[in-house]
Design a protein around this ligand. Structure first.
Ligand code: GDP
Ligand code: MG
Length: 188
């Protein structure tokens, strides 16, 4: 079976661990030093799930979505999204809501394949500001999956991407096996 190409965009407030989650998934390591992502970075990883190979292209964004219209690169040819917040930051949780509005606006649809991710679960005991309950409620409203993870401890990071693959397959179960002909929004 030919590999399926899928493009994923990772979005969220500054410092929530977008790059750390991506690096942990793609490279299997937690970046030792903090490097703010200036523009955005592209990663690739091929994984096999239930016998099907996926070529994932992962766009790790810089966390700047101030303009009222999102950069079209965050929509064009995109198959799914990971919205990351820090469980220790209510501000970053609220930012996910604003990002969702912008992405839906870009797609012109009521929902997109998406996983809501509460990162830094290793800080839960001392620094939690966002409860699992409120995140689950929001994910329920959006009809998406929710995962808490820790890029630092490599807890549940793979689950994030597995759940997103499931969401993307549900969104278009009979999509072509290769090529970029579907997925994401288009420029009118
Ligand atoms: P980004 O701006 O969203 O890309 O965030 P980074 O990946 O650059 O991470 C921002 C800071 O949070 C860095 O100092 C990371 O070491 C730290 N960080 C990222 N993930 C975790 C995590 O799971 N747990 C903890 N405790 N810190 C994390
Ligand atoms: Mg970054």
């Amino acid at each position: 079976m030919a590999a399926k190409s899928r493009k994923v965009v990772v979005m969220g407030y500054f410092g929530v661990g977008k790059s750390a989650v991506t690096a942990q998934f793609v490279q299997g390591e937690f970046p030792g030093s903090y490097n703010a992502t200036v523009m955005h970075s592209n990663y690739r990883k091929t994984i096999k799930v239930r016998g099907q190979e996926f070529d994932l292209e992962i766009l790790d964004t810089a966390g700047q979505y101030e303009s009222s219209n999102l950069d079209p690169h965050y929509g064009l040819g995109v198959d799914g999204y990971i919205f990351v917040y820090g469980i220790n930051s209510i501000v970053s949780f609220n930012t996910c809501k604003a990002i969702n509005d912008k992405v839906l606006n870009l797609w012109g649809t009521a929902s997109v394949p998406l996983v809501l991710v509460g990162n830094k679960s290793d800080l839960a005991a001392a620094h939690r500001q966002v409860s699992r309950d409120e995140a689950e409620t929001l994910a329920g409203q959006w009809g998406c999956e929710f995962v808490e993870c820790s890029a630092k401890d490599n807890q549940n990071v793979d689950t994030v991407f597995m759940k997103l693959l499931d969401q993307m397959e549900k969104a278009r179960p009979s999509a072509p096996s290769s090529g970029k002909q579907s997925g994401g929004c288009s420029l009118m």
